[in-house]
Design a protein around this ligand. Structure first.
Ligand code: BGC
Length: 528
């Protein structure tokens, strides 16, 4: 968190107020970044000062005395809104994680009941990622045209419908279709929820809320693994998949009580309503006026990503870098473990109960190692963490591949293989997991940030789908050792790519990065 404060001085609109941080396809880490910059108080106060110099563009319609009269109930209301926002953040993160995690424990029972091939299992797993990629594309348009709240409602409805359809699926094909619906919900919600949250969360809880959101993703995966474990005793995959409709219903319920995003209202020229909502959310007329001015200032920088992409080769380089970063994240092989952990443990020689419990331990390791990333990100910088993470992942997978090639020679060796798989998980969670999202938002210039992050987020889901759709085929065709070694080798390649292409962005303003990018400096140097 330290480097956020080092990101000074700002030469133009403060990074704290970057519009695209709030308007682009969202990831928890991108929102975290926006929040970190929000907390760079000197830059905020400077901006406020500038507002004063320029004259206030918005004044809350009610007189000061009347505002004072409602200060206490307003503050209480603002607090309640803060709590609601936290709940929403937690549920959105949890849903994201639940969806990633839930399928891993269910596949063996689905395969048994439907008597289907590994190939069909791959389609069932990756149908969701396909839907999510489409959902994320749709959400960009929807969150602007329909608004954040209505998009979230639609996302939540689809989430409930998709989960129930999964639970009631009567054939492998209906299950694939249900997973696509679920994916649509995930694409829409995971795009819109952090976007909405960044726009409505009161300053004093933003940091906590975002950490909560990030952590909830990994906790969601863990909860899904645990719930799968619980249902595995009866082998009831329908309940495993159907039960996640419950957080969907809670999410839907929560969204109904939330106000529209003030930023979206201002984008639609509904300024009076925006001011009303801001008053509800903040409960303080000064804060309302200040924030309204900031939003107005931010909206002055129009997003013109597609045109910029066509015209400007430097922007094409940053879009390419974002896409590459997400390809790197997904081809570490992390989701191979997220989606197929029980199968991997089965192939190591473990029975169903051990498979499920080891999978739960994988989920717990993922949660705990995320704290390493949170602790290190501003101390070590991006590149050293990525080098370390990719190296740890390469070693972990390399050893797992070698051990699986040897077969289950002894119990101790089996456990050692499990341990090395956990080492791999630690490598991902402490590095590429959170960091890639952060970098993807840092390298895009302001005018093209929505488009740039949209491209990289879409790539994330598509690459995720490819990984999910090919793992079993790889195991069956080239074998376990070779499959794990392939991913280990890719991680080694990523160390080289990080060295040659990835910039170090720690402690540098976004403006500085943008200036370097646009002046044609090498990608790896744009953070210098
Ligand atoms: C990745 C997901 C992955 C998750 C695991 C995220 O950063 O984008 O694909 O499943 O981390 O924790």
């Amino acid at each position: 968190m330290v480097s956020a404060r080092k990101r000074l001085p700002m030469t133009r609109m403060p990074a704290a107020c970057l519009p695209s941080m709030c308007r682009s396809p969202a990831s928890p880490n991108r929102v975290l970044l926006a929040i970190l910059r929000d907390r760079a108080t000197p830059c905020n106060s400077r901006h406020r000062h500038e507002d004063a110099d320029q004259g206030i563009q918005f004044a809350y319609p009610t007189g000061e005395s009347s505002m004072n009269a409602i200060a206490t109930p307003a503050a209480t209301h603002a607090k309640a809104t803060a709590v609601f926002t936290c709940v929403l953040a937690a549920l959105a993160g949890l849903m994201f994680g639940l969806d990633i995690g839930v399928i891993s424990g269910a596949t063996q029972f689905i395969q048994r009941d439907f008597a289907i091939s590994d190939h069909m299992v791959e389609w069932i797993v990756s149908g969701m990622m396909f839907g999510a990629a489409m959902g994320a594309l749709l959400a960009g348009w929807m969150s602007a045209a329909l608004g954040r709240k209505r998009s979230l409602i639609l996302g939540a409805v689809l989430f409930v419908v998709g989960s129930l359809l999964c639970g009631f699926a009567w054939s492998p094909y209906t299950l694939i279709a249900a997973r696509v619906v679920l994916g649509l919900a995930i694409g829409i919600s995971t795009f819109t929820a952090p976007l909405y949250l960044a726009e409505v969360a009161p300053e004093f809880i933003r940091g906590a809320m975002v950490s909560l959101y990030q952590l909830m993703i990994t906790i969601g995966i863990l909860v899904a693994f645990l719930s799968d474990t619980a249902f595995s005793y009866s082998g009831n995959w329908r309940l495993m998949l159907g039960v996640i409709a419950i957080p969907g219903v809670l999410f839907l319920f929560g969204v109904f009580f939330l106000p529209d995003s003030p930023r979206w209202l201002m984008m639609r020229n509904r300024e009076a309503e925006a001011l009303d909502v801001l008053q509800q959310l903040r409960g303080n007329p000064d804060a309302v006026t200040r924030e309204a001015n900031e939003i107005k200032e931010q909206l002055r920088t129009p997003q013109r990503g597609w045109h910029l992409f066509l015209e400007n080769s430097n922007f094409r380089r940053s879009v390419g870098l974002g896409v590459l970063l997400q390809l790197m994240q997904q081809f570490t092989g992390m989701n191979v473990v997220m989606y197929y952990a029980p199968r991997i443990f089965k192939d190591m020689g473990y029975d169903t109960t051990s498979q499920m419990w080891f999978t739960a331990i994988v989920g717990l390791t993922n949660v705990l190692a995320t704290f390493i990333a949170i602790g290190l990100i501003d101390k070590w910088g991006r590149k050293p963490i990525l080098y370390t993470g990719f190296a740890v992942m390469a070693i972990g997978l390399g050893v797992v591949g070698a051990m699986m090639g040897m077969g289950a020679v002894s119990h101790a060796m089996q456990l050692f293989t499990v341990g090395m798989l956990l080492v791999f998980i630690v490598g991902f969670a402490m590095s590429a997991g959170p960091l890639i999202w952060t970098l993807c938002s840092e390298v895009q210039p302001l005018k093209g940030r929505d488009f740039g992050i949209g491209c990289s987020t879409f790539t994330n889901w598509i690459a995720n789908m490819i990984v999910g759709a090919t793992f079993l085929t790889l195991l069956n065709s080239v074998g376990h050792t070779e499959t794990f070694w392939l991913y280990a080798a890719l991680n080694l390649v990523f160390i080289g790519l990080t060295f040659w292409l990835v910039p170090e962005t720690k402690g540098v303003t976004l403006e500085h990065i943008e200036r370097n990018l646009m002046s044609g400096r090498k990608l790896r140097d744009i953070g210098q």
